[in-house]
Design a protein around this ligand. Structure first.
Ligand SMILES: NC(=O)c1ccc[n+]([C@@H]2O[C@H](COP(=O)([O-])OP(=O)(O)OC[C@H]3O[C@@H](n4cnc5c(N)ncnc54)[C@H](O)[C@@H]3O)[C@@H](O)[C@H]2O)c1
Ligand SMILES: [Zn+2]
Length: 393
């Protein structure tokens, strides 16, 4: 056997800015100028999530003007292309082909750039098309939701849904750069805006007790979605996610452990059984609550700390119960099937992250179903203790 290592180091760059396409903002053009290595301007194709374009009606013109002003660096090959965003775009293979066709038509090459502006779903679609055209075109992500700016959009994966399964096709591909323009959060509906806060709490719980203290101190402001604390929360959430990806030793997920998926085995199942009526953030809030109370049940976490965490999650505005948790089959809660589905999704053996204390994590390879059920019962009881029903008459 001939065997050689292929050492390779990636730079995972995430810039934070406000108003990336204001004429005086140099974030995007500096990123391209510093690394294009070209004599003249680099070709750039801009793709936009139509939901973002609708929420920011002047955006397409602003981008065109920006590229005109910086034409020494950026050669915009066509007016920005608005395309459907949201989960549906990942179910529509014709959109992948539409992006490939634009790449082919405009002779976009590996020294050119695709900039994608949108929610996590749109970034996943565009990232997949960019990673596969010519085996990889430089890809600049501009995530526009709190979830994608603080979590999904700052990672190294892309993908679309296939065979009716989420993210069935996709690649691990470190983007050329990520630009988090916090101004985009202003056009988000409040419910979507709140969702990203839960991933900030998640990542603080598993790895950053100082960040947790910040979130606790600012919980009420976060609950009101106040801009300043929200921006700090998203920024530090992104930073923690990136630190994890770049230092965990497993950026391309060869192993079975996925600490960033704390609380997610319940969440994925809850989203699915509610037909996505429960949002991702809302589902993660409940998923973490169950795993936290489970940890108390098995003697891993003290109940005082658990109550404090649950209070924080409630204060930032999440419910810790959903009627969908009541669904059962064969006398068992349907949600329990989420454990095996989570294992299948990651491959390998079941690996669940639990939190034995603020800022710390451990992995376990089995969960006691009876203890999960007791944790759920506790959560249900808490919920109804908080909102006592008033009987009339
Ligand atoms: N690649 C990864 O590592 C990774 C990680 C986590 C999640 N994800 C993926 O991310 C997707 C979810 O992304 P999401 O939560 O960002 O939501 P989303 O992309 O589904 O967007 C939700 C809706 O918000 C709209 N929207 C986005 N930004 C807006 C803005 N600033 N103003 C107004 N409307 C806006 C979109 O058009 C869409 O209709 C899922 O498909 C999930 O699989 C990927
Ligand atoms: Zn998540």
């Amino acid at each position: 056997m001939i065997q050689r290592p292929i050492p390779i180091t990636y730079q995972h760059r995430v810039a934070f800015t406000h108003g990336a396409f204001d004429s005086k903002n140099h974030t995007v053009c500096d990123l391209i100028a510093e690394s294009s290595g070209l004599e003249g301007a680099a070709k750039v194709l801009v793709l936009i999530d139509s939901g973002v374009a609708e929420g920011n009606p002047r955006l397409l013109d602003t981008i065109s003007t920006y590229c005109d002003i910086h034409s020494d660096v950026i050669q915009l090959v066509a007016p920005p292309m608005a395309m459907e965003g949201g989960e549906n775009c990942k179910n529509d293979w014709s959109l992948v082909e539409k992006i490939w066709k634009a790449v082919e038509f405009h002779k976009i090459c590996r020294h050119s750039y695709i900039i994608a502006i949108g929610g996590g779903a749109f970034i996943d679609l565009a990232g997949f098309a960019a990673a596969t055209a010519h085996r990889g075109i430089r890809f600049v992500r501009m995530p526009t939701t709190t979830l994608s700016q603080g979590d999904g959009g700052v990672g190294v994966k892309n993908g679309v849904n296939y065979f009716g399964k989420k993210n069935w096709i996709g690649t691990f591909s470190v983007p050329f750069a990520i630009v988090n323009d916090l101004e985009f959060l202003k056009s988000l509906p409040p419910r979507a805006c709140r969702d990203g806060i839960i991933e900030a709490i998640k990542v603080a719980l598993i790895r950053d007790s100082d960040f947790y203290a910040f979130l606790k101190e600012n919980a009420e402001k976060l609950g009101r979605l106040e801009t300043k604390s929200l921006e700090v929360a998203i920024r530090r959430s992104a930073e923690n996610h990136i630190d994890h990806i770049s230092t965990s030793g497993d950026p391309f997920e060869y192993g079975s452990a996925r600490p960033l998926d704390f609380g997610h085995w319940v969440a994925h199942k809850l989203e699915q059984i509610s037909d996505f009526e429960v949002s991702h953030g809302e589902a993660v809030a409940i998923g973490m609550a169950i795993d936290i109370l489970y940890s108390v049940e098995i003697g891993l976490l003290d109940s005082e700390t658990a109550e404090e965490i649950l209070a924080l999650i409630r204060t930032v505005g999440f419910d810790l119960w959903s009627e969908y948790l009541d669904q059962s089959v064969g006398g068992k809660p349907v949600i329990l099937a989420g454990l095996e589905e989570f294992r299948e999704h990651l491959g390998g053996k079941l690996t669940i992250t639990l939190v034995p204390g603020i800022g710390r994590k451990i992995e376990v390879n089995e969960m006691d179903e009876n203890a999960i059920i007791r944790a759920m019962e506790k959560l249900r009881a808490d919920q109804f203790a908080e909102c006592p029903e008033v009987s009339v008459g």
